[in-house]
Design a protein around this ligand. Structure first.
Ligand code: ADP
Ligand code: GLC
Length: 497
């Protein structure tokens, strides 16, 4: 089957978070199951292409004020996956992907509408897939356009769509007059379609118009149908409950394994953990911590700095945490208030928390390899990848039991020797502190700690099983489309509003 991925990030071309890891890895896994996979991405300034070839010279994307003309280049194939890039420098040759510290780019609606429409047009030249698989709000207009503007297009008559929610917190909200500018019909501005508290909601459009909706863990698929986690779209999802499912992300062990990591000073494995000590020393050096006792546990953090990630809890307890024998090393970048918060904590507790405000893949790898524990106290977490990488590196996760964090970490029980990490449920500083203390206590018994490390290192979260689950969904939506036009009914959902 031919699947076309449509997304705004993909390793190794452009990345701000886990979406890029997923779009970099899942297509490869699908290709190895025998599917034909294309990946469509914007061509950003950051996208480095060795030998780009233009494959579609000119695509017309009409806007109400003027026509825009973009092209499509390819970087060829890798591991059986073909990569295409929509090239429109006025929109994508910019400092960042979505915005700067001053805020989101004000024309993000136009940028990603152009992208979505260009993908539909390009596919007519490059090969119409059986299924478009779109991800997050940046490609959410594709299923909307397919079932509205392109509803009569014979090229797409049997084309099905699958949409994956990587994060409900980012929806693509724009004022209503964006609809005529993008030449989309006004009737989309109704509560059963894209209207959301007076605005146009791109994500909602995808949730209404896609044939099937997935998200990146089972637990998150249930959480987002509740008021607490649904960001206002819980009702829309509940209406579609029969066609919403959670498929846990895999990870790419070619990139994230202590046995092969190209950023580590030493390799190690469950059989021989000795290299990890060298990695720890190297990590402390990288953070300028030169006087630490190598026996003191190091707690790592690698994250986008955003409210989602729960770091306000650390600020609440840092004075008490600082009394413990441990060092926190934190790498992150993002929202200014969190960057400043970490820098402030570093000034207040210079021997207890070392901080790098940066986006740095090499340091991220060094933290995975060199830390003893990894902290993710997220307020919500659709899947989370770092805790899964941490397992493989014997870097014991301490997580809040939400979304994918809850699905991937099993609580450690010293009596039975079972479990892979430490979890807390209540979103409070107290709960976090108690759990970190529990981990620090467990660390003192190095022999049972090594059992804990090895439990995690032995878990397998590679993509195979999840890719097969996606394969079943593609089969289902494709068949439903082929059987008749009222697909959403035949895949088990209420008729379109
Ligand atoms: P999210 O997608 O919400 O940011 P994930 O845990 O799914 O969270 O994925 C985050 C990915 O981004 C991981 O691959 C992680 O290593 C990487 N990452 C996050 N912040 C940084 C950073 N400051 N420097 C380098 N890599 C980072
Ligand atoms: C999002 C989520 C994260 C998830 C990633 C990849 O950015 O915040 O939890 O792992 O997407 O699906």
């Amino acid at each position: 089957m031919h699947i076309a991925f449509v997304a705004s990030e993909c390793v190794p071309f452009a990345k701000t978070g886990g979406l890029a890891d997923v779009v970099g890895a899942l297509p490869k896994a699908l290709a190895s199951l025998g599917h034909q996979v294309s990946v469509y991405l914007p061509r950003y300034r950051q996208t480095k292409l060795a030998d780009p070839q233009t494959v579609v010279r000119s695509i017309t994307v009409p806007f109400d004020d003027t026509y825009r003309f973009c092209s499509v280049v390819t970087a060829g194939s890798s591991a059986g996956v073909r990569f295409y890039f929509v090239d429109y420098p006025p929109y994508f040759d910019r400092e960042a992907l979505y915005g700067t510290s001053a805020g989101d780019y004000p024309d993000n609606a136009e940028r990603f509408a152009l992208f979505s429409r260009a993908v539909l047009e390009a596919s007519k030249v490059l090969g119409v897939p059986h299924v478009f698989h779109c991800h997050d709000w940046q490609s959410a207009l594709l299923p909307v356009m397919l079932r509205t503007l392109y509803a009569e297009d014979p090229a797409f008559r049997e084309v099905a769509t699958t949409f994956t929610i990587h994060n409900m917190g980012y929806q693509g909200l724009f004022p209503p007059d964006i609809l005529p500018l993008l030449m989309l019909p006004w009737d989309l501005l109704t509560i059963s379609k894209m209207e959301f508290f007076g605005q146009v909601n791109f994500l909602k459009g995808a949730l209404v118009f896609s044939d099937f909706i997935t998200t990146v863990s089972k637990k998150y698929s249930l959480e987002i149908q509740t008021t607490e986690y649904g960001f206002g779209l819980e009702g829309v999802l509940r209406n579609r409950a029969a066609t919403v499912t959670g498929i846990l992300n895999g990870v790419d062990y070619d990139e994230w394994s202590p046995q092969t990591d190209k950023f580590s000073v030493a390799k190690y494995s469950p059989q021989d953990l000795s290299g990890k000590e060298k990695c720890k020393q190297d990590l402390l050096n990288a953070f300028g911590v030169t006087n630490a006792d190598p026996k003191v546990p190091v707690i790592g953090i690698v994250s986008r700095f955003a409210a989602q990630k729960g770091f306000d809890l650390i600020a609440q307890i840092m004075d008490r945490l600082a009394r413990e024998e441990m060092i926190v090393v934190a790498l992150g970048a993002g929202d200014k208030p969190y960057e400043e918060m970490f820098q402030r904590l570093n000034k207040q507790f210079p021997n207890k928390i070392a901080v790098k405000v940066a986006y740095d893949n090499a340091i991220a790898h060094k933290i995975e390899a060199g830390a003893d524990m990894f902290l993710m106290p997220s307020r919500y977490e659709p899947c989370g990848l770092n805790q899964i990488y941490s397992l493989k590196y014997g870097t014991v996760p301490i997580v809040r039991a939400t979304g994918g964090l809850d699905d991937t970490i099993e609580p450690w029980d010293a009596r039975t020797g079972k479990g892979t990490g430490f979890k807390f449920t209540e979103y409070t500083g107290e709960a976090l502190l108690a759990t970190v203390k529990q981990a620090l206590l467990a660390f003192r018994d190095q022999s049972s700690w090594q059992t804990l490390m090895r439990n995690g290192m032995g878990r397998d979260f590679s993509w195979g099983a999840s890719a097969r689950e996606y394969g079943k969904i593609y089969d289902r939506v494709r068949q439903a489309r082929a059987n008749g036009s009222n697909t959403r009914e035949s895949v088990g959902v209420a008729a379109h509003p």
